[in-house]
Design a protein around this ligand. Structure first.
Ligand SMILES: Cc1cc2nc3c(=O)[nH]c(=O)nc-3n(C[C@H](O)[C@H](O)[C@H](O)COP(=O)(O)O)c2cc1C
Length: 375
């Protein structure tokens, strides 16, 4: 994998345009699973819509309070073909809440997946239908979140104990929409580390028609570990995740959990169809640019100046619509991780008083200051 700098080697000649992305939404995953001419997994051959395995090569994980539409927009600017996921939205929120607030996204975000949390097949079908109507490209079911709140609602990771119910949920959602319905799950529950558990889980859901699995490659411990500890303490078992790809060769298996560098992703992509980055994309979004260059060297990406200017213009529009600046800039904080002056950048963009009284141009000002910080 080339060791390119995320932004600096990209000059202003770069003009990013979504039209360079040949992605078209609303593919019918069920329509065809035959390999296409290049031997890749071809999801649809109806001539109208088409998603291929390539569309899941680089994914940004769903993260509550992180991957809102502003951060997703930023990630899109950095990595034109990465697949971005929403924060988990519960079926309850979609039944009783403000739909536009939960579902609206920027058209530039495509390909963008809606992650649902729930366990009632009819409610999930309803949520999936709304997601498809809103224009999402994929509906993903959360079977990996271990929080107590989620367990009370009997969804998230505890669903892995009832693969038959997950199969019913997937079937109901697939019947409701013609976009891919995918599942994000763990390898097991509590301290059961037998591979057979996840193989049978995936097998049951596969039989219900699911062909795309995002595997957070560790167990979820339902009692005694916080959600944060559940992302670190249970050991990663990439080998068991890779066995799923061997046992379900015509499914796409996307690896998630603990991927923090381009080299790790490169290695994972030898055994998996894609990688999904969570905290690494949050703490160091520029890594998405490095990965984008490695995966799709033909893609023209915007340079740093254009990135900052474009995001600032975006922020100004959002502010004019009433979105507070501190919400819009959250995803930017890690942008210059490891670079001289990054601490000042972070401080400026997280200073609540400053953010309250500033215009969007605070972003450009903070960036100029970073540029003038002596190396
Ligand atoms: C702040 C935060 C919020 C998260 N929210 C969700 C969520 O809404 N849905 C979900 O499936 N996983 C959620 N996760 C888990 C991530 O999607 C991912 O599976 C996990 O962080 C492991 O990947 P990583 O090691 O690349 O971070 C969250 C993780 C973090 C750090």
């Amino acid at each position: 994998m080339p060791d390119k700098m995320p932004f600096h080697d990209l000059s202003p000649r770069c003009s990013f345009s979504m039209s360079t992305n040949d992605f078209l939404p609303n593919a019918d995953l069920a329509a065809s699973e035959a390999p296409d001419a290049r031997g890749t997994f071809c999801v649809s051959t109806d001539g109208r819509n088409r998603q291929s395995a390539d569309d899941w090569r680089l994914c940004v994980a769903p993260m509550i309070d992180v991957t809102d539409r502003h951060t997703r927009y930023l990630h899109r600017l950095i990595a034109p073909r990465a697949r971005v996921y929403t924060e988990m939205i519960t079926t309850g929120a979609l039944l009783h809440g403000d739909l536009a607030r939960h579902l609206d996204f920027n058209p530039q975000e495509h390909p963008v997946a809606l992650q649902l949390g729930g366990s009632d097949p009819a409610d999930l079908a309803h949520g999936a239908r709304l997601g498809a109507r809103w224009g999402y490209d994929e509906i993903n079911l959360n079977c990996g979140c271990p929080s107590e709140r989620v367990q009370k609602g009997a969804f998230g990771a505890c669903l892995m104990a009832d693969p038959g119910l997950v199969a019913d949920c997937v079937k109901a959602m697939r019947d409701a929409v013609d976009i891919p319905v995918t599942v994000k799950h763990r390898l097991g529950l509590d301290y059961d580390t037998s591979y057979g558990f996840v193989r049978d889980f995936v097998g049951t859901v596969y039989d219900a028609g699911c062909r795309i699995f995002v595997v957070h490659a560790r167990n979820a411990v339902l009692k005694g570990l916080s959600p944060k500890d559940n992302r670190d303490v249970p050991p990663l078992r990439y080998d068991d995740a890779a066995r799923l790809k061997v046992d379900f060769p015509d499914a796409l298996v996307i690896l998630n959990g603990g991927l923090t560098s381009a080299a790790m992703c490169e290695s994972a992509l030898r055994n998996f169809d894609g990688v999904m980055l969570g905290r690494a994309a949050w703490h160091d979004p520029a890594l998405l640019g490095t990965l984008s260059d490695a995966l799709w060297p033909e893609l023209v990406r915007i340079g740093e100046t254009q990135l900052i200017e474009t995001f600032t213009a975006y922020a100004a529009v959002q502010m004019s619509q009433g979105v507070p600046l501190h919400i819009i800039v959250r995803g930017l904080l890690g942008l210059f991780a490891g670079r001289k002056g990054a601490r000042i950048w972070r401080q400026k963009l997280s200073d609540s008083k400053l953010l309250r009284r500033s215009a969007a141009t605070l972003i450009i000002d903070a960036w100029r200051e970073l540029g003038s910080t002596p190396a």
